[in-house]
Design a protein around this ligand. Sequence first.
Ligand code: FAD
Length: 281
Amino acid sequence: MTTPMFSLEVFPPKRNAPVGTIYDTLDGLEGLKPDFISVTYGHGTASDRTATARIAHTIRTEYGIPTVAHLTALYSDHEVIDHALEMFDEAGVQAVLALRGDYLPDQEPVGAFPHASDLVAYIREKRPDLKIFGACYPEGHYQAESLDEDIANLKKKVDAGASHLISQLFYDDDDFYRFLDKARAAGIDVPIEAGIMPVRGAKSVRRMAERNASRIPAKLNRILDKWADNPEALRAAGINYASDQITDLVAHGVDGIHLYTMNHPGGTRRIWQNVGCLFAR
Ligand code: FAD
């Protein structure tokens, strides 16, 4: 039996937060044994590039953990992407997670890379040796007409050169298994990590579910209602819910688990205490 991968995601501190807060997050994650930590990326400004590259470099050199740098396409031209790739090279990243990004209100995209697959193809040509990751959506991307259409588009991304996929968060493992069956049937045979985001606040879960057009199962709805006004109880229930999801996914033999830490190491550590032994090598 092969051991599934275990990876984490962090984001650069918000603009008005001291850059050093990332050390609090990374120190808090010490002792966990992720295969890699991925670092998110903004919409393509110079400071987005610097922040992602700098944090990826810190994770690799100061914490000894391989890193994956996210990179978004919509608001970038070829020059911006070239610059980002140079910075990621210098940071020694293990792979780039090539994303389209979301449309910003009142801002026209550049038009160089309309879909993530266009960015994947460009990176593949520029950097044949660099590993390229892509995103996928167990419930279908919110702009796709159907899950089947989204999976057909996902196949284009894999054919363009994405050799590893990380999923959007989801709260019902059955949605992931349905997606996985369809993706495999469509000929997508690269590793697919399941993205898990522990619940922290009822409002944020509902907001995110609406934005991503994702479903909140009845079991989770009851938890959100019951402890909406008790943050400590809700966080504890969220940790148990995420731990149960991970246990079932690992029992089903998934390729890996990608935990969205939201830069909250405390909750991540508690989940690791519950499920870390499932990833023992
Ligand atoms: P795409 O793969 O381009 O898909 C977007 C839509 O276009 C889908 O509906 C798809 O079906 C359709 N489509 C794709 N290819 C084609 C095609 N060739 N022809 C026609 N239609 C097509 N956002 C950030 O800004 N920064 C981040 O760091 C970040 N990290 C993320 C990490 C993960 C694991 C995930 C799941 C998402 C992340 N996002 C991030 C959010 C992401 O940018 C959005 O979900 C975005 O709306 C879609 O990005 P994508 O790369 O999946 O796009």
